[in-house]
Design a protein around this ligand. Structure first.
Ligand code: ADP
Ligand code: MG
Length: 196
């Protein structure tokens, strides 16, 4: 139904049925509604106080804040297999393991901040907790991780490009994630420079 850029998750019919705006027919309309919702979510994020962000509760709630006006299933874990991503029945246990690992990295200075954030981001999109919005959610989550656990500025993900469209920046991003799937983190580390 909607044209997806390279590396995106196609939605299945049940997931499309969860669209709260029944009149939408084009990718552009959907992008606009999602973008407006994300901006609301970022406002919520900026005003939020305290609370540990390395919990499955926080990550689900963040997904609701970013996508809950558009999708009924926002904040609910994926139930179907996708072209990328682990077995849906493994999501909760793998996600909790990942969050425990990330806390361990931060508390013990295992990686420098940007490397921790890059690894945090990569594993989160690899798990693919949600039917859609995983890339945008996990980029924002990595920035919150940097802020809360390292007091570090966020990553310059887009660098003037639209990361939701096919262009050289997205190609470099997806290629870096694929390299990281094979344990080569160098391209992703080169990609994640701080926002100034
Ligand atoms: N080979 C890969 N390994 C891990 N993650 C990937 C890979 N290719 C793409 N991704 C991630 O998946 C995201 C797309 O998933 P999707 O759920 O559609 O998120 P969004 O709707 O925010 O774009 C990309 O933005 C990227 O973060
Ligand atoms: Mg998508």
């Amino acid at each position: 139904m909607f044209e997806e850029p390279e590396g995106a998750t196609p939605l299945d019919p049940d997931e499309i049925a969860g669209l709260k705006f029944k009149h939408i027919t084009t990718r552009g309309e959907l992008d606009e509604l999602e973008q407006a919702n994300i901006e609301q979510g970022l406002h919520w994020l900026a005003r939020r106080r305290g609370g540990d962000i390395l919990t499955d509760y926080f990550l689900r709630n963040l997904h609701v804040r970013l996508f809950g006006d558009v999708w009924e299933w926002a904040g609910s874990f994926r139930l179907t297999e996708k072209n990328i991503g682990i077995d849906p029945f493994q999501i909760l246990v793998q996600l909790r393991m990942h969050l425990d690992n990330a806390r361990h990295w931060a508390e013990n200075g295992i990686y420098r901040p940007l490397e921790a954030a890059a690894r945090f981001h990569h594993r989160l999109v690899q798990i693919r907790p949600f039917p859609n919005g995983n890339g945008r959610h996990a980029r924002i989550a990595a920035d919150v991780f940097l802020e809360d656990y390292y007091d570090h500025p966020p990553i310059e993900w887009a660098s003037g490009f639209d990361l939701q469209a096919d262009n050289e920046r997205r190609d470099a991003y997806v290629a870096a994630l694929r390299a990281a799937d094979g344990e080569d983190f160098e391209p992703l580390l080169a990609f994640v420079t701080p926002r100034v």
